[in-house]
Design a protein around this ligand. Structure first.
Ligand SMILES: NC(=O)c1ccc[n+]([C@@H]2O[C@H](COP(=O)([O-])OP(=O)(O)OC[C@H]3O[C@@H](n4cnc5c(N)ncnc54)[C@H](O)[C@@H]3O)[C@@H](O)[C@H]2O)c1
Ligand SMILES: O=C(O)CC[C@@H](O)C(=O)O
Length: 392
């Protein structure tokens, strides 16, 4: 049984999955082995020595201190694609909202006083103030063609738009999913200069922070509509406000309102609703719970953002999981200690990602605490634990 602390409200299906597997789950769980989180910021939280894994029910992990987790041997998971359709649908709504003055028009209708005016007549007389162009035939630029970007690009094609995409790290999987009609933008600047509607779908990291800045906005097509359903800090807010004022950007639709944006004409601020559908919340919670449970119970790693993917079927005996710096001679030092403890290795898997290696080792005998301590003491070992019967 593992102890799993929840941050945020996690969909009941994910909690039920963990409880059905015998784990204790809830917001008040102390000394957790695992954490299940949505958007709560974990940066300021000190993790206890028992913590082994953090599962983010969602795509973005900028609320998790991933580098610190890696140093402490804590595996961080996310749930790629689990909420992509939910975001795509809201982006489609955002395209319409940015084009047609639907929000202003609805707000105006509510101001009409039926005691004083004929509402039907007033609507017909006043509606011309709220017109806006169709999106069909216009050009949509999609920055980042991952789970969400591919769906948005394909939706744009279905809606009769010309679509251009920009993603220097496009995966083979995304390429397979992308409509053949989507054009390839040769650079971010080319996409910005050429598109009437621009939607950004990249993770927030050191490379992408502030990627939409004053310089790039200056090169953006006059009057473009910009949609940000990814993260606030991708866009320089002050530069965006200036671009809205001088007409470079006609509408900024964002799922991440900030103080600097509120009250500025042309801003459509949505309260982070991209993943707020029952379907997405359920998908994300189940996927996060499943991945965390598989790791805590068996040491298997799927969809981690800091550890390599590593999955091995077991043989019913004890299993040791071990993370180490990816330097020469580590495997021989590990296996020497196991041999000295007269443990017979029945199966072993070693995978690496960047500077980190991860091992799953199944043995025929029971592993003692003393052996684990010797493994942990090897210079370069970040984490070593036994998963009792984990190879079962
Ligand atoms: N509004 C919401 O509720 C909501 C929900 C889900 C995800 N998100 C945000 O959307 C982001 C994307 O989600 P996803 O599921 O599509 O992720 P993903 O990992 O499937 O796709 C991200 C894509 O961005 C590309 N990319 C990375 N750096 C880039 C760069 N510098 N320029 C261009 N492309 C770059 C990657 O190659 C990848 O294809 C998440 O990181 C998260 O921040 C928001
Ligand atoms: O949990 C949410 O509501 C939002 C999740 C979203 O921002 C994500 O990155 O997946």
């Amino acid at each position: 049984m593992a102890r799993i602390q929840t941050f945020n409200k996690i969909a009941a299906e994910g909690i039920a999955l963990l409880e059905a597997r015998g784990h204790q789950v809830g917001p008040d769980v102390h000394d957790p082995d695992g954490i299940l989180v949505r958007s709560a910021k974990l940066q300021d939280i000190t993790f206890g020595p028992s913590l082994r894994g953090i599962a983010r029910a969602g795509a973005g992990v900028n609320n998790v201190p991933v580098s610190r987790c890696t140093e402490e041997g804590v595996v961080v998971f996310n749930t790629p694609g689990s909420n992509a359709n939910s975001v795509k649908e809201l982006v489609v709504a955002g395209l319409m909202l940015s084009s047609r003055k639907i929000i202003e028009g609805c707000q105006w209708v509510q101001t009409l006083d039926p005691a004083k005016v004929d509402v039907g007549k007033e609507v017909e007389a006043g509606k011309s103030a709220f017109g806006g162009p169709e999106i069909a035939g216009k050009r949509l630029g999609v920055i980042g063609l991952g789970a969400i970007g591919v769906m948005v690009a394909n939706a744009g094609i279905s809606l009769g738009m010309e679509v251009a995409g920009y993603d220097p790290y496009l995966s083979v999987n995304s390429a397979w999913g992308l409509s053949r009609s989507v054009l390839r933008a040769t650079s971010l600047e080319a996409l910005l200069a050429d598109c009437d509607y621009i939607s950004i779908h990249v993770p927030l990291n050191d490379e992408t922070r502030g990627v939409i800045n004053a310089d790039r906005l200056n090169k953006t097509k006059k009057g473009a509509r910009f949609l940000n359903f990814s993260r606030d800090a991708l866009v320089d807010d002050q530069a965006m406000v200036k671009a809205l004022k001088d007409g470079t950007i006609s509408t900024y639709v964002t799922d991440f309102p900030t103080a600097a944006l509120l009250g500025n004409p042309g801003v459509i601020a949505i309260p982070h609703l991209g993943a707020s559908t029952p379907e997405a919340e359920t998908n994300s919670a189940i996927m996060a719970a499943q991945q965390l449970a598989d790791f805590l119970e068996q040491g298997n790693i799927k969809h981690s953002v800091n550890f390599p993917e590593c999955i091995m079927d077991g043989n019913g005996g004890d299993r040791i999981i071990l993370a180490n710096k990816n330097v020469p001679n580590m495997v021989s030092r590990i296996t020497t200690i196991l041999a000295e403890a007269e443990l017979n290795i029945s199966d072993m898997l070693n995978r690496h990602r960047d500077d980190l290696a991860y091992n799953i080792i199944d043995v025929d005998q029971t592993i003692s605490a003393a052996t684990v301590e010797k493994l942990q003491a090897i210079d370069g070992v970040v984490m070593a634990r036994v998963v009792p019967g984990g190879a079962g």
